[in-house]
Design a protein around this ligand. Structure first.
Ligand code: ADP
Ligand code: MG
Length: 732
């Protein structure tokens, strides 16, 4: 088939819409971010309806823009009461529910026009924004298009599903349908690129690229658009999984220096000295990692383990194995607080093993250094020197480690802690030196399909148990509007402190005029402003219940030194109460912390709440988590908190989270890149497709890593990867 190429050299799909559908329509379509013929063809109908089989009005929600198919029941025109002018009220029904349409005008003339078209019994598609007037839902000045009634059209047309497109104000679905139609008339199979290899289409029984578009936009039967959708889902899944497979392949394409475990060395000595038994999971994952490090194939592994499951020890044992045979290891943390804490606790765990080359150090010892952005120039120079000289075996740091000036000549293992806080590009930067083993760790468990989608280029290990003797943490949701309950919260804090405990008080904001980022939407308008660290700390300092108890603060923008001393003062009990933002969310380890109060808990996401709660009950005493909520009963936020209070199992919470979120939000803001590329594939529902296609993708890449044999797929994958650089697979 000939390919339609416009005179300006652009393929038809690349041509701007104004040339194809007229300037006015094109301008309207811009509102939907549709600029080219290709954009428009990819704008698939949201759903399909049949004449006579009506979309329920009952699902209309105030403020939403809807398209409904309904019959006109009746009309009435009258002068307005309070103002000059006239009002036409049209009542429509889908057979079960009624809704009103209102039109206003200065004179009766234009209203009479609508009235004449909307005779009782008329079937039409109505499109507009739902508003509520005196408790009744209505559409004001909706757009509408009359539909022929069953009687007048032939059988075939009745069977034909009516596409309803995602529309916008002044761009009703039929305008889009017409524009799409005029483009479909001008294209043929040769104009639509086909990313799917022929055998793949045959194997899964899929429509071709062009056929699928026709089926989606001009279905003759329901089966048509269903097959069209099916094909698009497979296409999206294949491109995504092939990108992931290719990335994984590239990461492991260069050999890594084998670093087998040695029977006598720092790793063995560390194990000998461990004051506790490793959990079964820690042993098993440790063996997997040890084998990975011993082979010439670079490790590319994700370690998922709930809060407190003991991932740090697993990582440290791997780092020591590498150090034993002359390699260097880097541990990358998302915040300075966490990097410093890791550095401190690694030094403490290693004891004289971390004093390699120093007086009193062990013979087999190594050196553990810290590199963060706020390190002084002189200290930084000496760390860089030791690193470059290979003297430092383990370097702990923030993203300051990923900088051109940092040379780690014998880097053999990079560990990324709390991976969800980093972007893929940062992760990749670390292993830019080909052949580096990579271990990424996350305490935000994600369900399997999501893991396959987001981390599909990694092998996954899991720590499913927490070490024995871990303390209980009880969780109570406290209605924030109830004065007496809230007073009781502060008394509880004082009691814990009197018992030698420490308290975290978490607020969503620092200052009253700060933007609160990354919060869940509010269910209630009539709530007070969000709590702030500054105001809450002041309030607590003045609170009679906490008389004589010092209150510290910890926020992101504080200097590293200030943060350190705030943490130290909490640890020592000098200021046993710490008011903080979610900077304490990840990894912070204060064994004496027994109580946590989360203010405005209804505004935090489930995984964030889970992370926060993981900060308490880490020592010898049980913990108490009190979550203050403004969420009215029955709202999603309320349900989220109920789930949070009901279980401490991070995997169960992750599943619940997925269930409570709308599909579009499943990937979260940090994964919005993926979201915008997935129009048809639903991560939650299309598990079967994703799993099948994953095998296909792996096979293609294993046989032919650059996809020479499949140019169509290669083009689509390259295009997706171009976007990867910015947002495709999740930047945080
Ligand atoms: P996370 O997986 O959340 O990063 P950590 O690695 O910080 O958890 O471990 C939490 C705490 O549990 C640390 O104080 C650590 O020393 C301790 N720990 C780790 N493994 C064990 C074990 N097998 N037995 C007892 N305590 C352990
Ligand atoms: Mg941790």
């Amino acid at each position: 088939m000939m390919k339609a190429v416009a005179t300006d050299g652009r393929t038809l799909l690349e041509r701007p819409l104004d040339r194809l559908v007229g300037a006015r329509t094109a301008k309207a379509l811009e509102k939907l971010d549709l600029h080219t013929a290709g954009d428009l063809l990819r704008h698939a109908p949201r759903r399909y309806v049949h004449r006579g089989e009506l979309v329920p009005l009952s699902r209309a929600v105030e403020g939403e823009s809807v398209t409904v198919v309904a019959h006109v029941l009746g009309t009435s025109m009258r002068p307005m009461n309070a103002r000059r002018g006239f009002l036409l009220k049209v009542t429509i029904s889908d057979g079960r529910h009624d809704m009103s349409l209102t039109f206003f005008a200065k004179s009766p003339r234009p209203l009479a026009f609508h009235e004449s078209k909307l005779q009782p019994g008329t079937l039409a598609t109505f499109s507009g924004t739902v508003s509520s007037y005196r408790g009744e839902l209505q559409l004001t000045h909706p757009e509408y298009q009359l539909l022929e009634d069953e009687g007048e059209v032939d059988e075939k047309d009745i069977a034909r599903p009516l596409p309803l497109y995602p529309a916008a104000v002044n761009v009703p679905t039929w305008t889009i349908e017409k524009a799409v139609g005029s483009i479909l008339d001008q294209v043929g199979p040769g104009d639509i690129p086909e990313p799917l290899p022929e055998p793949f289409r045959t194997q899964h029984g899929l429509l071709g690229a062009f056929e699928a578009l026709v089926a989606l936009h001009r279905p003759q039967t329901d089966a048509d658009w269903q097959r069209g959708r099916e094909r698009m889902k497979f296409e999206e899944a294949l491109i995504l999984q092939t990108v992931l497979a290719q990335r994984g392949h590239e990461a492991t394409a260069v050999d890594s220096e084998p670093r087998p475990r040695r029977s006598a060395g720092i790793a063995a000595e560390f194990d000998r000295r461990l004051p506790f038994d490793l959990t079964e999971g820690q042993v098993a994952v440790g063996e997997q990692i040890s084998a990975d490090l011993a082979s010439t194939r670079p490790m590319n592994r994700l370690l998922q383990g709930d809060v407190g499951s003991g991932k740090t020890i697993v990582a440290l044992r791997a780092m020591l194995q590498v150090v034993d045979s002359g390699g260097q290891a880097a541990l990358l943390a998302p915040t300075e607080v966490l990097a410093e804490q890791h550095h401190r606790s690694i030094l403490a765990m290693l004891g004289d093993l971390a004093a390699g080359g120093m007086l009193g150090g062990s013979d087999i010892g190594t050196r553990v250094d810290l590199l963060t952005g706020s390190l002084g120039a002189k200290a930084k120079r000496s760390v860089l020197g030791r690193l470059a000289g290979g003297e430092t075996g383990i370097i702990v740091g923030t993203h300051a480690l990923i900088s051109d000036h940092v040379q780690i000549p014998y880097l053999s293992l990079a560990v990324v802690d709390e991976q969800h806080r980093f972007g893929v590009d940062q992760r990749d930067a670390l292993r830019a030196n080909a052949g580096v083993n990579l271990l990424v760790m996350t305490a935000t468990p994600i369900p399997r399909t999501l893991a396959m989608t987001v981390f599909g280029d990694l092998e996954v290990s899991e720590l499913t148990e927490v070490p024995a003797g871990r303390q209980e943490v009880s969780t109570t949701i406290v209605p924030a509007g109830r004065r007496a309950w809230v007073d009781r919260v502060w008394e509880r804090v004082a009691e814990e402190v009197a018992d030698g405990g420490r308290a975290f008080i978490v607020c969503p904001r620092i200052n009253p005029d700060d933007e609160a980022a990354g919060l869940e939407a509010s269910d209630e308008e009539a709530r007070p402003p969000l709590s702030t660290v500054v105001e809450t700390a002041q309030m607590l300092r003045d609170h009679p219940a906490l008389a004589g108890i010092d209150v510290g603060i910890l926020t992101g923008p504080m200097s590293a030194e200030e943060k350190n001393s705030a943490m130290a003062a909490l640890q020592s009990g000098e200021t046993p109460v710490l008011v903080a933002t979610t900077v304490i969310e990840v990894g912070v380890d204060v064994p004496d912390a027994t109580i946590m109060v989360i203010l405005d808990a209804d505004r935090f996401g489930l995984s964030q709440l889970h992370q926060l709660r993981g900060r308490i009950g880490r020592g010898t005493r049980p913990g108490i988590c009190l979550a203050l909520s403004w969420a009215p009963e029955g709202t999603v936020a309320d349900e989220r908190l109920a789930a949070f209070a009901a279980t401490r199992d991070g995997f169960a919470l992750a599943e619940k989270d997925l269930e409570l979120r709308r599909e579009g939000d499943v990937l979260g803001a940090s994964q919005s890149g993926v979201r915008s590329h997935l129009r048809h594939l639903e991560i939650r529902k299309d598990v079967r497709i994703i799993e099948m296609v994953r095998d296909n993708a792996a096979a293609y890449i294993a046989e032919d890593p650059t996809l020479q044999e499949w140019p169509g797929l290669r083009a689509a994958v390259d295009e997706a990867r171009r976007m990867t650089e910015t947002d495709y697979l999740g930047r945080s």
